[in-house]
Design a protein around this ligand. Structure first.
Ligand code: PLP
Length: 377
């Protein structure tokens, strides 16, 4: 089956009891045990496993062409589970990219999890920088986020995987901004592909969920599965059901996100109040060629810097009418966000930078909205 077909059929079937075409929502937390002690359908208690979660995990495994998936209550729960699941017999050293989702830095800087690991950052868009970081000490895990949030840097997944393999390190790709439609990290050799399902896969800004898809069986995957039910940061059945509903239109939605983003990026790129546009679909983006080789399209997320000072950027964010000034990405609505004021002291985002998540509205309306907001600075 091809992607679009799997997105609708993988992990699901017509309900054998009622003939319902859409997957029923199962809210029961517990399942009946037979006289012989077995559980007829393999479900015992919903934290351990349940029909909606199993369907979603099977679907995501099929979409990422992996071996198995483990879902969590949020993207951050998935991220912390992956980091904590690094086997003890591997070097407890993690290399992170220099631009990545800010929540990971908060996790590692402000909780005990970070103190248990030696954390190093490298500019992975410069492979020599990564090679030097790997050579200096034994490394257990290399984290990749591409395109990165919010500076939209591009990392060559296959090149990082080859460095990691030589060093015996595990590679994890946060594939949230690319989605499994546009980029398949496991086929490029990565060990795990991770998603904030909250974003494009859910697609409607109405659920919170995270997922990790493994390329193959491993002690780390077993740790993740145990972490899921033993620590219990599991997604609700309803969120799994919503994610399964959302994923069916993922491919169709991504076509509109990508075509709209391309038009907006070209518009901003020619605007005299805009200093720089970060979108991998632009030929002048330093990661354009790599993005073109490892992605089938360039996504719906971009950032741009306005000319002038932070106040000018804030004024644009405050005067748009169709874009909503809100955090997050990947929903039907378009969002604009001044990341520096959200991320505060630890931010690496320039203070004139605005991040856009281009939604599914008419792109002419979006362009006119940005034009009117930019005309005010
Ligand atoms: N990864 C990326 C790239 C994100 O943008 C986010 C959230 O913005 C996360 C992970 C965390 O996901 P969640 O908000 O579902 O915990």
């Amino acid at each position: 089956m091809r992607f679009e077909t799997k997105a609708i059929h993988a992990g699901r079937q017509v309900d054998p009891v009622t003939g319902a075409v859409t997957t029923p929502l199962h809210l029961s937390t517990t399942y009946e045990r037979s006289a012989d002690g077995s559980y007829t359908d393999g479900f015992m208690y919903s934290r351990g496993d349940n029909p909606n979660r199993r369907s979603l995990e099977e679907c995501l495994t099929a979409l990422e062409e992996g071996y198995d998936s483990v879902t969590f209550a949020s993207g951050m729960a998935a991220i912390s589970a992956v980091i904590e699941s690094l086997p003890q017999d591997m070097p407890q050293r993690i290399i992170l990219p220099d631009d990545m989702y800010f929540g990971v830095l908060t996790l590692l800087n402000e909780t005990d999890i970070g103190r248990r690991f030696d954390i190093v950052t490298a500019d992975m868009s410069n492979i020599e920088d990564l090679k030097a970081a790997v050579k200096s000490e034994p490394t257990g895990l290399i984290w990749i986020e591409t395109p990165s949030n919010p500076q939209i840097k591009i990392i060559d997944i296959a090149a990082v995987v080859s460095i990691a393999k030589e060093a015996g390190a595990v590679t994890v790709v946060d594939n949230t901004t690319a989605t499994p439609v546009l980029q398949n990290p496991l086929s490029l050799g990565a060990d795990f592909s991770l998603h904030s399902v909250t974003k494009y896969i859910g697609g409607h800004s109405d659920l919170l969920l995270g997922a990790v898809v493994a390329k193959e069986d491993s002690p780390m995957l077993q740790n993740l599965r145990t972490w899921q039910h033993a620590k219990g940061a599991v997604p609700s059945s309803f969120d799994c059901w919503l994610a399964l509903r959302g994923v069916q239109t993922l491919s169709a939605r991504m076509s509109v996100h990508c075509s709209g983003a391309k038009i907006i990026a070209d518009f901003l790129n020619q605007h005299d109040k805009v200093e720089a546009v970060y979108y991998p679909g632009l030929l002048k983006h330093p990661g354009h060629d790599i993005a073109a080789s490892q992605m089938s399209d360039f996504g719906g997320l971009m950032s741009f810097k306005v000319k002038g000072k932070a106040e000018a950027a804030l004024k644009v964010a405050n005067t748009v009418k169709i874009f909503t000034q809100a955090t997050s990405l990947g929903g039907t609505h378009s969002y604009i966000e001044h990341r520096a004021s959200v991320e505060k002291e630890l931010t690496k985002a320039p203070d004139t930078l605005l991040r856009l998540s281009v939604g599914l509205e008419n792109v002419q309306d979006l362009q006119e909205d940005l034009a009117q907001a930019l005309s005010g600075i």
